[in-house]
Design a protein around this ligand. Sequence first.
Ligand SMILES: [Zn+2]
Ligand SMILES: [Zn+2]
Length: 445
Amino acid sequence: MPTEKNIQSRKPLLLSTAVTLALLSLITLNERSSVPVNAQTLQAAGPLKWYRGNLHTHSLWSDGDDYLESIAMWYRDHTYNFLAFTDHNVLADKERWIDVEKSKGKQKAFDKLKQKFPNGWVEERKTEDKLETRLKTFREVADRFNEPGKFLLIQAEEVSDAFQTSAIHMNASNVKELVVPRHGGSVAETIQNNTDALIAQRERTGQSMMIHLNHPNFGFGVTAEDLMRIRGENFFEVYNGHPGVNNSGNKEHASTERIWDIINSFRLGELQMPPLFGLGTDDGHAYHNIPSRASEPGRGWVMVLSEKLTPESLITAMEAGRFYASSGVTLERVTSSTDGLDVAIKAETDLKYTIEFMGTRRGFDSTSQPVLDKDGKEVRATRRYSDDIGKVLARAEGTTASYRFTGDELYVRARITSSRQHPNPSEVGEFERAWTQPAIGPAAK
Ligand SMILES: [Zn+2]
Ligand SMILES: [Zn+2]
């Protein structure tokens, strides 16, 4: 294991010679305050492996159009290692029969189910003129599919709440009990109350759990200002594969990346809060016509560097920032240190990559203005801030790149964009990308 001193002395870092580095993972405390600095190299080594997973999936237990076991099979057969089932306000833990023809998957999903799972797995009964089948519980499906070190299903829930016209959806992963939406007197209070409910369950049961804020731009329900100050909410979806969630924003609304940069500038520059981490997810609902323009599996995911393929180990890794989000680009190594941020891509032949380092410097202009519509009326939207926030500090072409801190960065993160268009994108025309977590800079409070 290299020591911290080794890491600091690798300056300037020549990535081609750094490949032999074993993994260094240490969380140190920034001397200036209690904000943790992630000084770590993310690279598979020893027991640490990359696990690919999706933390946002719907099934016939709510508004998805396929059965849990068929969906689990799809992910297992498409090189995923873990999958969280996140149906709306329900856990798949009770006896439930559905009318096959009236269900979202109709006869087609049922016929496919019987074909994939022959020999009596599927239960059916005919009552009067309708055919019913019993939905398998999470436990039954997990017992059939979980394979140590290879594939893991995680019980989860999309806590689906709202305030006035704003949808507020949050995924609670590895829950033990249903989280009933807690509501609140504002969007921020609703997010906070649901976050608190999950934390309370985690503390009471002792089970490892995490909660993340989903698709802030779904109906443009959640703004940067809403999410910025939520205590205990340190994850959100920077990329959600559902075509209706406006990852890129629009004329009046900031993109999810802009929201991310605004939040981290304030959290690390003024609020003395932990950074917000970004996730890629699918939010799959439609499993029968891939690709099309519906919300399908396979668009966005996370790569987690974890010791084990267990919910506890994965959550511990994610809470330490040992993961990145992807919609197609795979990374070989990400190093964040007191010196800067380094990225190495697991390159595919014939593809070109653009690596952008973006961040915000100490003393950034923190003033903001409301967004107004054409009649001069204030729109409920993330406010407009200066270009100081989330500035592109450096850009490189190639398969490796390094950013060295100059001393006044609050944080720096990297976005990697491939020259290949996403084969089944959330938004038409998007390219395959990866997003590292923010590396905390020397000027963070
Ligand atoms: Zn949702
Ligand atoms: Zn969803």
